[in-house]
Design a binder for this molecule. Structure first.
Ligand code: UD1
Length: 419
């Protein structure tokens, strides 16, 4: 059934996590609003509380974090294992307190995901770092500025080093920095707290260290990946959806591809409308790349769209080496996908068939939910705890658009979708 209607997009998970964690840099409270209701946010707040920060949460999901009381400098394995972004405490703790102990994140379902760039950058700023019993032990006197070149563009790597540099002595330059809107949002929050940062959003960021920060309030940007996912939901069902509360300029690569797929796109200051006029999308070729390129976090959703599109499409993943676990599940629903190295070659079929499928990671689970919306008969998605890490009430928002999708309330972490 074509989805129709309006969705309010939540705050960005990948901006909210570093911004909440940036509170560790300050002796004064940081108030963060537009925080999404997500498992990863709960984990981040739990981590901050374990470090000794005081957290005040109000009903509108505005959070005040006061890190004046931090007295513990260790992010334990149990937390880092459930949320890799926990590594972001390393830079702030080290920079403000001269010590940090953070569990090594280890592998994850989408690849090996090393953190060598975070460690190399902090060492260049004067940190001493050892790996003991699976933990990164970092110590330093006051960090000093450094000229850092990132061999690979890394989002959390850029964020960790940018945060560490804000309290370091002297100037830090980060070259080949990530240009993602979430990096810019973090920089804007830090600047509001009193940091001196220039160039965020370009590949070269300059940070002049300061001695301390002051109290600040920050509203986080909208989640461009959540937004992109609902646009694809509209596209695969031949529907017409409007998203409110977004920054359309952060969605350009996604909107271009949807337009190529046959969607009529209308953009306003803080909204976007997609209309497929009841037609089937056309297959598109997608290649993931750091911002402003096409986001790897939208790859699974576009792969799914290609599965039911007219003609052929391809998805080339260049960021993570193992991000195709959804392919097997989509094949079980009747998709025609051939893998060639890190490229999925897709021949669109008229329709998918409902099946019991398993979510393997956050974005893979979103793509299976989208597949369930168009597949004949019923699709049951197992292990949807992954989806709750990144989408606030996905079944409620899709239902608002007319989808027949519900959570199975028997503690089995399943969602049922019917075309
Ligand atoms: C962030 C996002 C994630 C997104 C990814 C890529 C958050 C919390 N998560 O993850 O949703 O999919 O960016 O846009 O913001 N790399 C190294 N060494 C390092 C760090 C990274 O080689 O020290 C490599 C990675 O293996 C990968 C590439 O750099 O191939 C990009 O990874 P990175 O940008 O660091 O991803 P995350 O920051 O973990």
């Amino acid at each position: 059934m074509p989805l129709q209607g309006t969705v309010k997009i939540s705050g960005a998970k990948n901006a909210g996590l570093p911004i909440l964690i940036s509170s560790l840099l300050s002796e004064h409270p940081l108030q963060v609003s537009n925080i999404p209701h997500l498992q990863d946010v709960t984990t981040a707040l739990d981590l901050l509380a374990r470090l000794g920060a005081t957290i005040e949460l109000d009903e509108s999901m505005s959070v005040k974090v006061n890190a004046a009381t931090v007295s513990n400098f260790c992010a334990i394995y149990e937390i880092v294992e459930t949320m890799r972004a926990s590594i972001l405490v390393l830079g702030p703790l080290l920079s403000r307190f001269g010590q940090a102990k953070v569990s090594m994140p280890g592998g994850c379902s989408i690849g090996s995901r090393p953190i060598d760039l975070h460690i190399k950058g902090l060492k260049a700023m004067g940190a001493e770092i050892e790996l003991i019993d699976g933990y990164i032990l970092a110590t330093s006197k006051r960090l000093h500025g450094a000229h850092i070149f990132l061999d690979t563009v890394s989002v959390t790597g850029t964020e960790n080093l940018m945060m560490a540099a804000t309290l370091a002595r002297g100037t830090t330059v980060i070259e080949n920095a990530a240009q993602e809107p979430e990096v810019v949002d973090l920089a804007n929050c830090l600047i509001g707290m009193g940091a001196q940062i220039e160039g965020a959003g370009t590949s070269k960021i300059y940070i002049e260290g300061v001695d301390s920060f002051h109290e600040h309030s920050h509203r986080i940007i909208a989640d461009r990946i959540e937004a992109g996912t609902y646009l694809v939901a509209g596209a695969v069902t031949g529907g017409a959806v409007r998203l409110n509360g977004i920054q359309p300029e952060n969605l350009v690569s996604i909107l271009n591809k949807l337009n190529e797929a046959g969607a009529a796109i209308n953009v306003g200051k803080d909204w976007v409308e997609l209309n497929m006029n009841g037609s089937r999308p056309k297959g598109v070729d997608v290649r993931t790349a750091p911002f402003p390129g096409f986001p790897t976090d939208m790859q699974a959703q576009f792969l799914m769209m290609n599965c039911i599109a007219s003609g052929h499409g391809s998805v080339n993943e260049t960021i993570f080496e193992n991000r195709f676990q959804h392919v097997e599940e989509l094949r079980r629903m009747g998709a025609s996908i051939r893998m060639s190295g890190s490229t999925a070659l897709v021949r669109g079929v008229e329709s998918l068939k409902g099946a019991c499928v398993t979510a393997t990671d956050l974005r893979a689970s979103a793509c299976l939910a989208l597949a369930g919306l168009v597949a004949e008969s019923t699709t049951v998605i197992e292990k949807i705890h992954h989806i709750d890490r990144g989408y606030h009430c996905i079944e409620e928002k899709l239902s608002q658009l007319g989808a027949n999708i519900s959570r199975i309330h028997d503690h089995s972490h399943r969602i049922r979708a019917v075309a």
